[in-house]
Design a protein around this ligand. Structure first.
Ligand code: ACO
Length: 425
């Protein structure tokens, strides 16, 4: 017992409190402080949750020091190199990789549900020109609930899976429609003869009655990007999804909140910011100047695409994308000046004491932006691509939370530093 507890001593009173240590399958042990307030009368303080495990989970494992990522026990490089995005999505939802038959049935289910209600087009119409697709997407996902009002309360696992399929299938269509509307372009309906990723690219690029040439290499690259984004344990947007789900709000509201959280440039908005920053830096001659700005404590400038809360080593997803980007340089017309600037930044940052001592490695967004740019995906769609990839992860986390019998509403406390009670005049 003595080895399985942590003792905290209140130096003011000398009182001792024992808290149990929970053991994981792999990774860090966790001190269970659920009774901390009850026992000590105090709260714990953890800015940005850097030391807090907010839930028990069996979905995704990250070893930040080693740069390792697994979905349901499968290494990300195996999934990215040998499997498709639909394999990864199925794995997250169903806890195992699909057989050929299960894969085909899953793919068929998603195709069948990829159309959205015609009434939703009025919603897209209401947004002004140039509305950011992320704004339209989060509104449209929340609005989707109004079309499925009768199935918001799910009593059986079959109903839950139906909801999961519906959201995963419709988000790419909503995403493509968001882009088309915000640019005044005709919307392109899903093509049931195309696979998940190919169909999304087709809806983004196509024109009515016009054949669109999509090269297999483009489809494969985007499919890999989707796989690499499919889940990432308790990151900010997943935590937002779980917090909303903990109030018993329906999954459409939870996913819509996740989209909002993902939009920020410290999270999924970073890939758009990376490209904008590389374009701003412009030439390799300017790189040193911006590295200096990034290191200056008095300058809010940060090198976008560097650093990660969990990875203190190379992000394994970034490693895969770096290789993919290098493969694509010749095959897709990747802007060589941007690549040169990116390479110079990477080379300096990987050897500069400031970045090395803080373990600031390139993250997934540093490379995904360049690949998406080469795939001719507009910058404002970069975070949307992240959303499409992440949706199965969010839903798997939503399902897991709902399946836990001791699930509680997420309701943290605070260290109050405001005024004491004031006497009214
Ligand atoms: N450029 C310059 N300095 C940085 C950077 C950066 N990109 N990132 C962190 N630092 C510095 C901080 O100034 C801080 O320095 P200090 O110890 O001297 O005060 C130290 O490194 C630690 O940084 P924190 O902000 O405390 O780290 P945190 O874990 O809270 O933040 C984050 C992680 C948000 C990703 C941060 O590294 C960042 O802003 N990076 C740029 C944005 C980005 O690329 N986001 C994408 C993340 S990946 C994803 O969401 C898919």
């Amino acid at each position: 017992m003595a080895n399985n507890t942590v003792t905290i001593i209140d130096n003011r009173t000398g009182k001792k409190f024992d808290f149990p240590i929970l053991l994981p399958t792999i990774g860090q042990s966790v001190v269970d402080i659920s009774d901390f307030y009850k026992d000590t009368g105090m709260f714990t303080f953890d800015r940005g949750f850097t030391s807090t495990a907010s839930c028990r989970s069996r979905i995704t494992y990250i070893d930040g020091a080693k740069g390792k990522l697994m979905y349901r026990g499968y290494d990300i490089s195996y999934l990215a190199n040998k499997k498709t995005y639909l394999d990864a999505a199925y794995l997250l939802l169903h806890k195992d990789l699909p057989t050929k038959q299960q894969y085909d049935a899953f793919s068929y289910e998603l195709k069948k549900r990829s159309f959205i209600h015609e009434g939703m087009k009025k919603l897209f119409d209401a947004f002004p020109d140039n509305a950011h697709p992320m704004a339209i997407l989060s509104s449209a996902v929340a609005a989707l609930s109004t079309f499925y009002f009768d199935s918001l309360d799910m009593d059986t696992p079959e109903e839950v899976i139906e909801m999961a399929h519906r959201i995963i299938a419709k988000i790419p269509t909503i995403a493509a429609f968001s882009y088309r509307y915000s640019n005044g372009l005709p919307v392109i309906y899903p093509d049931l003869d195309k696979g998940f990723t190919e169909n999304f690219l087709y809806m983004l690029r196509g024109y009515p009655h016009h054949h669109v040439e999509l090269s297999p290499i483009e489809v494969e690259a985007l499919d890999t990007i989707f796989t690499l984004h499919a889940d990432h344990e308790q990151n900010a947007s997943t935590t937002a999804v779980r917090v909303v789900a903990s109030t018993h709000a329906h999954p459409y509201a939870a996913i819509s909140a996740g989209i909002g959280a993902l939009w920020g440039r410290a999270h999924g908005g970073a890939n758009e910011s990376v490209i904008r920053q590389l374009e701003m830096i412009g030439t390799i001659d300017n790189v040193e100047k911006f590295i200096k700005k990034a290191k200056d404590k008095n300058d809010p400038f940060r090198l976008m695409g560097f650093g990660h809360r969990v990875y203190k080593n190379f992000d394994p997803r970034a490693k895969i994308l770096k290789k993919l980007r290098d493969q694509l340089v010749d095959e897709l017309d990747i802007d060589s000046e941007l690549i040169a600037v990116a390479n110079k930044i990477e080379q300096i940052a990987l050897s500069d004491e400031y970045f090395v001592s803080r373990n600031l490695y390139p993250n997934i967004d540093f490379y995904s932006g360049l690949i998406l740019e080469a795939l001719k995906i507009p910058k404002e769609m970069f975070a949307v691509i992240f959303v499409i990839g992440r949706t199965p992860g969010w839903i798997a986390q939503w399902i897991e939370l709902k399946e836990q019998p001791d699930m509680k509403i997420a309701r943290p406390r605070q260290l109050y530093l405001g005024p004491n009670e004031r006497t009214p005049e």
